[in-house]
Design a protein around this ligand. Structure first.
Ligand SMILES: O=C(O)CCC(=O)C(=O)O
Ligand SMILES: [Fe+2]
Length: 282
């Protein structure tokens, strides 16, 4: 029990350090707007926490265990700042690419976003999720964290990045992310809103989970507004496919077709460690 208290304090210390930086790294010799100095870090964080005068809140997506949505993850100033940081990378100059991937050391802005994800999970409010109070009780029950704590405190939290740029009509077909990636995947949406659909990937014998009344596959729609963050872990990551179909007629929300514009997404994942990686060589 005492060890748990120490772990919790250590986690909090690391979260605070992550959020506000250590005093020793306040020099800021990088000219990237998204990560340039401790003061711009603070203003981004200030915006994150105070943007709309309310703390970040999480919704547990009904029916898909392990799927969480934080609608107001980035305020509009942060979204613009993130889009500028992506644009400055030059990955999409010339218009012939619509996807960029990075492994290992991520750009500073992606490291900063990872820190914000961690902070949002640690400090965010999970008590407002529809219908969850009765089933899960208080915030500090393990099932109530938007990301299991062992994943939240792995180092690094993420070491793989994909930026996707979708023109109107373009989306991504139903898939489960490759098994080479560990549990705990984050998706940040920018620009156009869209609906992402989740469908159960495998129907286990005798298990009706993920099926509708007539045994048809359940499709769970999730509205991704610009600045929102989705976290997938456990069942949501391994047992459900996700898909964005932006063909005419498929992007319906509350009975209306979403007006499509360009959409950019940032997906953060962690590569599985190979079994020998941590074995010390003699
Ligand atoms: O663009 C998105 O929102 C999702 C991207 C995705 O699922 C992937 O790259 O695996
Ligand atoms: Fe995916």
């Amino acid at each position: 029990m005492e060890d748990d208290d120490i772990d919790a304090r250590e986690m909090q210390r690391r979260a605070l350090e992550e959020a506000f930086g250590e005093s020793s790294d306040s020099g800021g010799d990088n000219d990237d707007e998204f990560e340039s100095s401790s003061s711009s870090r603070s203003s981004l964080l200030h915006c994150l926490k105070q943007g709309d005068g309310v703390p970040l809140s999480w919704e547990m997506v009904d029916g898909v265990k392990g799927l969480w949505l934080c609608r107001g993850f980035l305020c509009s100033a942060q979204q613009s700042s993130l889009l500028s940081a992506i644009r400055r990378e030059g990955w999409f100059d010339g218009g012939c690419h619509n996807q960029a991937m990075r492994f290992g050391d991520l750009p500073g802005w992606a490291v900063e976003i990872s820190g914000l994800v961690r902070e949002a999970v640690w400090f965010g409010d999970t008590s407002s999720g529809e219908g969850k109070e009765s089933s899960l009780g208080n915030h500090h029950q393990e099932a109530c964290w938007p990301l299991p704590l062992d994943l939240l405190w792995r180092e690094p939290l993420f070491d793989q990045l994909i930026v996707n740029v979708y023109n109107p009509g373009e989306g991504i077909c139903a898939h489960v992310d490759l098994m080479r990636f560990d549990d705990g995947i984050a998706i940040i949406s920018l620009e156009s809103a869209c609906v992402m659909h989740f469908t159960r990937s495998k129907q286990e014998e005798g298990n009706n989970e993920g099926q509708g009344e007539e045994g048809s596959l359940l499709r769970v729609p999730v509205f991704l507004s610009p600045g929102s963050l989705v976290l997938m872990s456990g069942e949501a990551r391994y047992l459900w496919k996700h898909e964005i179909n932006r063909k005419q007629g498929f992007q319906l929300w509350e009975g209306e077709e979403i007006h499509q514009q360009r959409r950019t997404s940032v997906t953060l994942r962690n590569l599985c460690r190979s079994p020998n990686e941590n074995v010390k060589a003699d």
